[in-house]
Design a protein. Structure first.
Ligand code: GLN
Length: 307
């Protein structure tokens, strides 16, 4: 099948499901997004991109940003990162607080909220809250060739206002000595990176380095070491979708990361990166229709890492 045919099969597979799932409403600014939206983009190592639907519409990347902050932290902090955050699947909701008490304030992995807050805290420590976001945006802008990629301040403010649970986790970790900066400084940076708005086309393009050993195949720039790249993918495949991670890997067989904005980013090592967006979520917070589209893609392409 050529790419036009593959895209047509995916379009047909998702058509009867459009609008399924529940749009996240615990962040009020996200509740207003049209549940019928659907975007899909595949970026390949040769620079080609194949898109479908609302692939050029920006959406809130939310937890997908955690993949980019993890990449940045491994670059800046290296293995010392793992002193303060684990790399085991949590089997719990993305915003669960229960494990933190038993595990002395060390979150299970960097892709659940508590773990991502620790990663952000490391970066705030290294570069400061504002400069960290500036650096993250600069990289995303360069990788996806769009200087206007930015934080959606309305979403960031909305999440901050509704952020009692993330604040509770941050204070709790602080009580175990696992937060170095004032809670509000770290959370301001965390809410900002979650509120970055990007399109599927941009997101797939920006993540391409994760499919090519840490080296962006278009610019040739080594974004992370090849070892760090393998490790990021390993954490994604085991922890990228919270208490839905096992099922996602069973169905799709690729490293991925979902966000409550309805986006899912997937890495197909040696082939490319894929971003899909459909706001309706399943119970664990992964896009329903996004999962169906990705299942259809891997069935046709055989891109599962277990092939
Ligand atoms: N910003 C969201 C939160 O902290 C991210 C959660 C998600 O996308 N799973 O609740």
């Amino acid at each position: 099948m050529n790419w036009d045919e593959i895209i047509a099969v995916i379009e047909a597979a998702v058509a009867p499901h459009r609008g399924e799932g529940h749009v996240a409403d615990y962040i009020p600014a996200l509740a207003a997004v049209d549940p019928m939206k659907f975007g899909f983009a595949v970026a390949l190592g040769n620079g080609d991109t194949h898109c479908l639907g609302d692939a050029d519409e920006r959406f809130s990347i939310q937890s997908i940003s955690k993949v980019f902050t993890l990449s940045m932290a491994l670059r800046k902090v290296g293995d010392a990162l793992w002193d303060r955050v684990g790399r085991e699947p949590s089997g719990s909701a993305f915003n669960s607080i229960v494990q933190l008490e038993h595990e002395h304030g060390i979150p299970r992995n960097p892709l659940i909220n508590a773990g991502a807050i620790v990663v952000t805290d490391h970066l705030v420590d290294q570069v400061g809250s504002g400069p960290m976001i500036t650096e993250l945006l600069r990289r995303l802008r360069v990788l996806s060739g769009d200087d206007t990629i930015d934080v959606d301040q309305v979403v960031a403010a909305s999440e901050s206002r509704a952020g009692a649970r993330n604040r509770a986790m941050a204070h709790f970790m602080q009580s175990f000595g696992n937060l170095r900066n004032p809670v509000e400084d770290t959370l301001a940076a965390y809410f900002s990176h979650c509120a970055i708005a990007m399109t599927c086309r941009q997101l797939a393009r920006a993540a391409l380095f994760l499919a090519f050993d840490g080296r962006d195949p278009i610019s040739g720039e080594q974004m992370v070491t090849s070892q760090a790249c393998r490790r990021i993918n390993a954490v994604m495949i085991s922890c990228g979708h919270y208490d839905n991670s096992g099922d996602f890997t069973y169905r799709i067989g690729l490293p991925g990361k979902s966000g409550v904005g309805g986006g899912v980013l997937v890495v197909a090592p040696r082939y490319g990166a894929v971003a899909v967006w459909s706001p309706g979520l399943n119970k664990a917070g992964t896009s329903m229709v996004g999962g169906i589209a990705l299942e259809s893609l891997v069935k046709i392409t055989g891109w599962s890492v277990f092939v």
